[in-house]
Design a protein around this ligand. Structure first.
Ligand SMILES: Cc1ncc(COP(=O)(O)O)c(C=O)c1O
Length: 445
């Protein structure tokens, strides 16, 4: 019988995967998942150290979310959202607005993170066009940032690695410098950290110089996840947000990776005490189970879109506000309450910190290590690495070594990181730490 791998190789094209690497590290056929674990076809367990691209919040297959999905799909599987509404969308929007920083009035649903970023960019642009600020046609972004890979979202990525191949197609953006706090500890989450950095001064000066041409500043709060888990500081985020808003430049906060508890609070913006004009969410929004995204929109924003001659916001996705995905999102938020997850996170964050320090101290190859909430990162030295892992192959070699030991890690070149489900146990963290150490040893000696 043809194996699933062979059938896959014949018909599928996987994301973020080079064909030349498929032989060395073919896709693993996964049959089921539970809690922090994935199980392959042969019954081997793989610890999901990165929540499957930062999605799973309460662990895989949580019965509460599974049941909510089942009940919803039996009642109403889908209905178009133009001209119709339903309880799960309304209730989820109400719940998000109630839990978010004060000042949000509306929610616009989409179906993936990139789409949420596109919605926010277009909404900001159209807002200015319809309020007589027609010169505000550009966006500002941070160097090393990541916001998704559709054309608009890609244009506001501050990293050539993603942008290069498509450069001629992308709109021109203003790139601002951002700090990189190499040794960030979770306790450094004060509202002043990064605020007085030279990068913050330079970024604010650029915002001031270009203020009349800018529609919005797009920013990942506190940490640039795809940008090798680079911490930029709560103070930096706060200062830039307030500066942009003072200049009439919208702030689009991209909480797609960090929302839903990853930083120790439901939303990362809470640490900075700010209310961005547009706040993008996805990944953990449905508990990390179904594709769903949204933009939280500041109260009163819609005034620019109502009354003649304002045009409506011409943007729609077929599966906008899918009821089943919204029901999963509601169940996930209810789970936060029922399990008092946020209140218990301090203990989990401390548990991660202890193991992070132990790995770093026992491993001379770790150059820097840092943590923000439930996200921990280790930057390893690859100076003396064997030639086979140089030139962009280091991340792949580390991933391979971790997988051989039953743990899913997906290092960003020289940066190994943990972003496990928030419910990960002490024993599972011990395993994550032990395999991280062994993988570093195995690859870098
Ligand atoms: C900060 C951030 N923004 C946007 C995206 C894009 O989301 P999606 O992959 O769902 O399009 C990601 C995905 O990793 C992300 O981390």
């Amino acid at each position: 019988m043809t194996s699933l791998r062979d059938r896959d190789a014949r018909v599928l094209w996987h994301p973020a995967t080079h064909f030349r690497d498929l032989e060395r590290l073919p896709p693993i056929p996964v049959e089921r998942a539970r809690g922090s674990w994935l199980f392959d076809h042969e019954g081997n367990a793989i610890l999901d150290g990165i929540s499957s691209w930062w999605t799973s919040v309460h662990g895989h297959g949580h019965p509460r979310i599974v049941e909510a999905i089942r009940a919803q799909v039996e009642r109403l599987d889908h209905v178009m959202f133009a001209g119709f509404t339903h309880e799960p969308a309304v209730a989820l929007a109400e719940s998000l607005i109630r839990r978010a920083p004060p000042g949000y009035g509306k929610v616009f649903f989409a179906d993936c993170g990139s789409a949420a970023v596109e919605v926010a960019l277009k909404m900001s642009f159209q807002y200015h066009q319809q309020t007589g600020q027609t010169r505000r046609t550009r966006f500002a972004t941070l160097r090393n940032s990541y916001h998704g890979e559709t054309m608009g979202a890609l244009a506001v990525c501050g990293s050539d690695a993603y942008r290069d191949a498509f450069a001629p197609l992308l709109m021109d953006v203003l790139e601002l410098p951002a700090p990189a706090l190499d040794r960030h500890e979770h306790a450094d989450l004060r509202r002043d950290v990064g605020a007085d950095s030279p990068e913050a001064d330079a970024a604010v000066a650029l915002l001031e110089r270009h203020q009349h041409e800018l529609a919005a500043l797009v920013i990942e709060p506190l940490i640039q996840c795809a940008g090798r888990m680079t911490m930029t500081g709560a103070g930096f985020y706060r200062r830039l947000t307030l500066a942009a808003q003072r200049l009439g430049v919208h702030v689009i906060s991209d909480e797609i990776a960090v929302g839903f508890g990853r930083t120790g609070r439901l939303l990362a913006s809470e640490w900075a005490g700010v209310t961005p004009d547009l706040l993008c969410l996805s990944k953990g929004l449905s508990g990390g189970v179904l594709p769903l995204a949204c933009v939280l929109i500041r109260e009163g924003f819609e005034a620019a879109f109502s009354g003649a001659p304002a045009r409506s916001f011409m943007h729609s996705h077929t599966f906008t506000a899918n009821p089943v995905a919204c029901a999963a999102g509601l169940a996930s938020l209810e789970l936060f309450d029922e399990t008092r997850l946020l209140a218990r996170l301090d203990g989990r964050i401390e548990a991660v910190a202890r193991r992070r320090h132990a790995v770093a101290e026992g491993c001379t190859r770790v150059r820097h290590h840092r943590q923000l909430g439930m996200i921990a990162a280790f930057e390893v030295r690859d100076d003396d690495a064997a030639p086979r892992v140089r030139g962009g192959r280091l991340g792949l070699a580390l991933r391979e070594a971790a997988l051989a030991r039953g743990v899913l890690l997906r290092p960003l070149h020289d940066t190994i990181y943990w972003m496990p489900p928030l419910t990960i146990s002490d024993e599972e963290l011990d395993r994550l730490a032990a395999v991280t150490r062994d993988a570093i040893e195995a690859v870098l000696g």
